[in-house]
Write a protein of this length. Structure first.
Length: 84
Protein backbone atom coordinates (compact mmCIF):
# COMPACT_ATOMS: atom_id res chain seq x y z
CA UNK A 1 0.00 0.00 0.00
CA UNK A 2 1.45 3.39 -0.97
CA UNK A 3 2.11 5.84 1.82
CA UNK A 4 0.82 8.94 0.08
CA UNK A 5 -2.53 9.48 -1.58
CA UNK A 6 -0.92 11.02 -4.64
CA UNK A 7 1.15 7.90 -5.24
CA UNK A 8 -1.94 5.73 -5.00
CA UNK A 9 -3.74 8.00 -7.46
CA UNK A 10 -0.85 7.83 -9.94
CA UNK A 11 -0.95 4.04 -9.73
CA UNK A 12 -4.67 4.04 -10.49
CA UNK A 13 -4.20 6.46 -13.38
CA UNK A 14 -1.32 4.45 -14.83
CA UNK A 15 -3.39 1.26 -14.76
CA UNK A 16 -6.31 2.96 -16.56
CA UNK A 17 -3.94 4.34 -19.18
CA UNK A 18 -2.29 0.94 -19.64
CA UNK A 19 -5.65 -0.72 -20.28
CA UNK A 20 -6.75 2.04 -22.66
CA UNK A 21 -3.44 1.96 -24.57
CA UNK A 22 -3.54 -1.82 -24.81
CA UNK A 23 -7.02 -1.66 -26.32
CA UNK A 24 -5.97 0.73 -29.07
CA UNK A 25 -2.70 -1.10 -29.69
CA UNK A 26 -4.57 -4.40 -30.10
CA UNK A 27 -7.11 -2.71 -32.38
CA UNK A 28 -4.30 -1.40 -34.57
CA UNK A 29 -2.48 -4.74 -34.73
CA UNK A 30 -5.68 -6.55 -35.69
CA UNK A 31 -6.43 -4.05 -38.45
CA UNK A 32 -2.91 -4.43 -39.83
CA UNK A 33 -3.14 -8.22 -39.79
CA UNK A 34 -6.47 -8.12 -41.64
CA UNK A 35 -5.08 -5.70 -44.22
CA UNK A 36 -1.97 -7.81 -44.77
CA UNK A 37 -4.06 -10.97 -45.16
CA UNK A 38 -6.20 -9.47 -47.93
CA UNK A 39 -5.97 -11.49 -51.12
CA UNK A 40 -7.68 -9.31 -53.73
CA UNK A 41 -7.62 -5.65 -54.75
CA UNK A 42 -11.01 -4.67 -53.31
CA UNK A 43 -10.38 -6.16 -49.88
CA UNK A 44 -6.81 -4.91 -49.78
CA UNK A 45 -7.91 -1.36 -50.57
CA UNK A 46 -10.78 -1.26 -48.08
CA UNK A 47 -8.97 -2.98 -45.22
CA UNK A 48 -5.75 -1.10 -45.95
CA UNK A 49 -7.41 2.31 -45.78
CA UNK A 50 -9.16 1.47 -42.52
CA UNK A 51 -5.85 0.24 -41.09
CA UNK A 52 -4.13 3.49 -42.13
CA UNK A 53 -6.81 5.54 -40.37
CA UNK A 54 -6.48 3.50 -37.18
CA UNK A 55 -2.68 3.78 -37.25
CA UNK A 56 -2.94 7.57 -37.59
CA UNK A 57 -5.35 7.80 -34.66
CA UNK A 58 -3.18 5.64 -32.43
CA UNK A 59 -0.10 7.71 -33.26
CA UNK A 60 -1.98 10.98 -32.72
CA UNK A 61 -2.97 9.83 -29.22
CA UNK A 62 0.67 9.06 -28.41
CA UNK A 63 0.19 5.34 -27.94
CA UNK A 64 2.87 4.57 -30.52
CA UNK A 65 5.71 6.71 -31.80
CA UNK A 66 5.18 8.62 -35.05
CA UNK A 67 8.07 6.80 -36.71
CA UNK A 68 6.59 3.42 -35.85
CA UNK A 69 3.30 4.61 -37.30
CA UNK A 70 5.09 5.63 -40.50
CA UNK A 71 6.76 2.21 -40.74
CA UNK A 72 3.45 0.39 -40.24
CA UNK A 73 1.69 2.59 -42.78
CA UNK A 74 4.48 1.93 -45.25
CA UNK A 75 4.10 -1.83 -44.82
CA UNK A 76 0.35 -1.67 -45.41
CA UNK A 77 0.71 0.67 -48.41
CA UNK A 78 3.34 -1.57 -49.95
CA UNK A 79 1.01 -4.55 -49.62
CA UNK A 80 -1.87 -2.57 -51.13
CA UNK A 81 0.35 -1.55 -54.07
CA UNK A 82 0.98 -5.17 -55.04
CA UNK A 83 -2.64 -5.46 -56.20
CA UNK A 84 -2.67 -2.42 -58.47
Amino acid sequence: MPVKKTIAKRIRQAEKARIRNKHYSTLMKSAIKKAMAADNAENATALGRSALVIIDKVAANGIIHKNKAANQKSRVAKHMATFS
